[in-house]
Design a protein around this ligand. Structure first.
Ligand SMILES: [Zn+2]
Length: 324
């Protein structure tokens, strides 16, 4: 949509210029200072470059205002001041679509999810009676999927004094013999296989506080199970084709709320665990998720007996020097 050069609305030039400045400011993602430089010029790796002047023309902003508008905006990434001759990367249609969906999510769903979380704390087994629970069950079939065929994943276990683990020991725990605590995607006693796509990510999940080593097993997935994809993508390339419900679940903190490991009451797990139950009921074999943007990915597999995979080598001890 362009900015029309409305006449006679009673606005002073200054207030109109300020409106254009505010609009343009919101659109600027990167400038040439944000890019790596080589041979005296920027190499555009972040966003698609466009002249500020072209953008103002496209918006139908009168030429007499251009230089004043351009010199009053700055880069939203590196905060460099800008001017008319400079190239900038502006938000794409996909980003704008995505932002609109997040706005709608905040208004329509977010308060209801808050209420749903409280409801689940009171009636953990009755989530399907709640209208948000029903919406999730109905919609989950159309959530994004992820193929893990031929991918390599890692499983970690804490070191236990003097015990050398075999590949069999790296399978999911046996619920009749081992205490399996509740997790983000499993109820108490449910044995699921939690993997990660990097050794360090996997090891960090199992090591306790100051410990710096873990057992690792490399695993290759052979077939293509049905995997629900709850990973956030980079904000420069969000997925604009998701429903408002899927957008909010994936990109808000609904499924990512931090828990305190030592705390025995973990209400942050109720909603993600309900989503996992809905996914299982609709035939998914697992969920891939990330915790932070650009972080590693994690995979929870519900039923390893059905899965076709092979161990790559035997378990080995991994030193977690990296702090993530
Ligand atoms: Zn910049």
């Amino acid at each position: 949509m362009g900015y029309n050069d409305h006449e006679g609305l009673g606005h002073s030039d200054n207030s109109r210029i300020q409106q254009y400045i505010d609009k343009l400011q919101k659109e600027i993602l990167y400038c040439d200072n944000c890019q790596p430089w080589e041979g005296g010029g920027p190499i555009w790796v972040l966003g698609n470059p466009q002249d500020i002047k072209d953008f103002l023309n496209e918006c139908g902003i009168p030429r007499k205002y251009h230089s004043e508008i351009a010199s009053n905006v700055y880069c939203n990434s590196c905060h460099s001041p800008l001017e008319l001759g400079i190239q900038v990367a502006l938000k794409s249609m996909e980003q704008k679509q995505f932002e609109r969906k997040m706005e709608k999510w905040k208004i329509t769903f977010q308060p209801k999810f808050h209420e749903f979380t409280k409801y689940l704390q009171q009636y953990p087994y009755l989530g399907a009676r709640h209208h948000i629970g029903r919406r999730i069950i109905d919609a989950i079939e159309n959530f994004p999927k992820h193929s893990i065929k031929s991918q390599v994943w890692y499983r970690a276990r804490q070191l236990t004094d003097g015990i050398k683990f075999t590949s069999r020991d790296m399978l999911p725990p046996e619920p009749t013999k081992v205490h399996i605590p509740e997790g983000r995607y499993n109820h108490f006693g449910q044995s699921h296989w939690y993997l990660a796509n990097f050794e360090w990510a996997c090891a960090n999940e199992v090591k306790y506080k100051t410990e710096s080593f873990a057992w690792i097993q490399k695993i290759k997935i052979v077939q293509d199970p049905k995997i629900l994809n709850l990973c956030m993508k980079h904000p420069d390339h969000p997925n604009p084709y998701l429903s408002i419900l899927a957008t909010g679940i994936i990109y808000s903190d609904t499924i990512r709320k931090e828990v305190i490991r030592d705390n025995n009451w973990k209400p942050e797990y109720f909603v993600p665990r309900f989503i996992a139950d809905a996914a299982k009921m609709k035939g998914y074999d697992g969920i891939v998720f990330n915790k932070y943007l650009l972080d590693s990915e994690y995979l929870v597999l519900f039923n390893v007996d059905k899965l076709k995979y092979r161990f790559v080598g035997i378990p080995y001890i991994y030193g977690c020097e990296r702090s993530h």
